[in-house]
Write a protein that binds this ligand. Structure first.
Ligand SMILES: [Zn+2]
Length: 46
């Protein structure tokens, strides 16, 4: 079992955060896109 599998199992879901402007994936604790400095971060729960 890989580390990612273990994390998924522990959290029970996968959260995805990405910039609404340019689509860059960002860490969940970031509130501004590092690529375009847009502050609209989309949050998806997969
Ligand atoms: Zn962006």
């Amino acid at each position: 079992m890989g580390v990612l599998d273990a994390l998924r199992r522990e959290r029970g879901k996968t959260d995805l955060y990405e910039c609404r402007n340019c689509g860059t994936a960002v860490p969940e604790d970031v509130d501004e896109c590092p690529a375009c400095h847009c502050q609209e971060i989309a949050h998806y729960e997969l």
